[in-house]
Design a protein around this ligand. Structure first.
Ligand code: HEM
Length: 216
């Protein structure tokens, strides 16, 4: 693991954002995401995806409970933004499909392992929840339009406890930046963030193999 000079000169929140930009661009460009947002995935396809997301958030939120008193992880853990209940509400709308998913298995295993050090769990928390509060907000609106949902089935993208995502994200970043982490620790967090993007990419890649099944 190498710590570069520029990493040492910047805050953790900036390090995570700029250090994972390439991974973020790759995630945005995944064909599953672009097909979904173009309205070319049917309801069954979204139900399949939701079923996988459910497993991811169940693992995240179980790990969060185990780390509730962890000196590092507790800086970001916030039960008011948990997504499991919202996903279950959406599953009521879309239905859910149980499909074997090696990509999700790998992701869940990595989340479980991240409880060994709060900094690793922070990487998992940051990548999903800050993403949901960022691009996720636009994704929810696009899905609502593409499927003509009239508000139903997109609870996952709605954070009742966060009326102003920008303010929430600013405060979240301030909490990240106040963590007592040395350069090597910060690098470990960044490396895990990159790995988490890769695991999300694995789920997208897996979903891409179903494009013909779920063509709309
Ligand atoms: C089509 C897919 C996506 C779009 C259009 C998108 C778009 C965006 C945009 C516009 C922002 C910046 C918002 C802001 O500065 O407030 C953002 C931030 C973010 N996104 Fe995405 N995103 C996508 C997919 C993803 C995925 C799959 C992940 C991870 C699983 C993710 C994780 C993040 C994170 C962690 C941030 C916060 C960066 C930071 O400020 O530190 N995004 N996204």
């Amino acid at each position: 693991m190498t710590v570069t000079a520029e990493n040492q000169a910047t805050s953790l929140s900036t390090l995570l954002r700029t250090g994972s930009q390439a991974e973020h661009t790759a995630a945005e460009g995944s064909s599953f995401m672009s097909e979904l947002l173009a309205g070319r995935i049917d309801e069954a396809g979204y139900a399949h995806f939701l079923g996988l997301l459910r497993r991811v958030y169940e693992a995240l939120e179980t790990a969060a409970r185990a780390l509730a008193d962890d000196p590092l992880a507790s800086a970001v853990i916030d039960p008011s933004i948990e997504r499991l209940a919202a996903i279950d509400a959406d599953i009521e709308h879309w239905g859910s499909t149980v499909v074997a998913s090696p990509a999700t298995d790998a992701y869940v295993a990595r989340i479980q392992k991240s409880t060994s050090w709060g900094g690793l769990f922070i990487a998992h928390h940051y990548t999903r929840y800050l993403g949901d509060l960022s691009g996720g907000q636009a994704i929810g609106r696009i899905l609502g339009r593409e499927f003509d949902l009239d508000g139903a089935g997109v609870a996952f993208y709605e954070f009742a406890a966060v009326p102003k995502p920008k303010l929430y994200k600013d405060a979240y970043r301030a909490r990240l930046d106040a963590l007592p982490l040395d350069d090597l620790d910060r690098q470990r967090v960044l490396d895990e963030v990159k790995a988490v993007f890769g695991l999300n990419g694995g789920i997208f890649a897996e979903m891409t193999t179903y494009l013909d099944v779920y063509r709309r």
